[in-house]
Write a new protein. Structure first.
Ligand code: ZN
Length: 285
């Protein structure tokens, strides 16, 4: 039994930026279509796969799909393909992305790495400026930012863009699904909605109160906005500790998903990156 996680499906492989999160997270429409064809009858409703995982005799061949972050291209590009196959999937929403109050900060850093070969960085990040290659510089910076608290991170990104003379309007960030679009999707027979925190933080770096707000606060926001109970949660970056798993359960989630294939149990359900899966299939593994 396998549950895959997908971030973005973009219409054209050329639309995948060579620098930044797309290079790690996006697949082309062609690759997505090929994957679904290849899976054929093994492709299942995510709920069937989940039930099977916790059942006595799991059917190893079955594969279910989940989508993280709720990019607009889920509805525009991936959903028509899913409709053709009649496959029900789980979409994880980050409430502040849906609010259109925030975009994944990785795109701002990618823009900076692309535009500024001599990017100006604060002292503790200076060694990232010496890294060869724009994508590698991007990875160095976001790697060090990962554990920042959400508010510090937002201020840091703003200051960094200012310092390097990049206007926020110049950035090419992907669109995220807004509440009205999600409200429309909630009635779609092939889409279930899960929760993916409020601001997409690295949960283990937060104190208990902050983590609770990210988990329980986002659950409340999603349910209030969409008028539907949501019992599934996904940890951003798959990062979770015992405390985060406990908080997710206390908030009322019945299933919580990680991004590690080896996770076990209802509060840390293992998933595999669709790109690794495709790579494995190509290699025949
Ligand atoms: Zn995410």
């Amino acid at each position: 039994m396998t549950i895959l996680y997908v971030h973005r499906v973009v219409p054209d492989p050329c639309g995948i930026q060579a620098v930044g999160p797309d290079r790690c997270n996006a697949i082309s429409l062609g690759a997505f279509e090929e994957l679904l064809e290849h899976l054929g009858n093994c492709l299942c409703d995510w709920r069937t796969v989940l039930d099977g995982m916790h059942g006595a005799r799991p059917d190893a061949a079955r594969v279910g799909l989940t989508f993280d972050d709720a990019y607009a291209d889920f509805e525009d590009v991936a959903l028509p393909v899913l409709e053709r196959h009649g496959i029900r999937v789980l979409l994880f929403v980050t409430s502040m992305f849906a609010e259109q109050a925030l975009v994944p900060y990785e795109y701002a850093i990618a823009e900076l790495a692309r535009r500024c070969p001599d990017v100006l960085l604060p002292r503790e990040f200076e060694t990232c400026g010496e890294v060869e290659g724009a994508h590698e510089r991007y990875r160095c910076i976001v790697g060090r930012m990962k554990r920042m608290r959400p508010r510090t991170r937002a201020r840091f990104v703003r200051d960094l863009l200012n310092l390097n003379g990049v206007a926020e309007q110049q950035m090419t960030t992907p669109r995220m699904l807004s509440w009205p679009r999600l409200k429309h999707l909630v009635d779609h027979p092939l889409v279930d909605i899960g929760v993916h925190t409020a601001t997409h933080p690295y949960l283990p770096a937060l104190n208990a109160r902050e983590a609770w707000m990210e988990i329980a606060g986002a659950k409340r926001a999603v349910e209030r906005r969409l008028g539907r109970t949501s019992t599934c949660f996904a940890y951003p970056y798959g990062a979770n500790g015992r405390r985060d798993r406990w908080l997710a359960r206390m908030a009322g989630f019945e299933n919580a998903f990680s991004t590690s294939p080896n996770s076990k149990g209802r509060m840390a359900i293992g998933r595999i990156d669709v790109r690794d899966w495709i790579g494995g299939a190509r290699r025949g593994g």
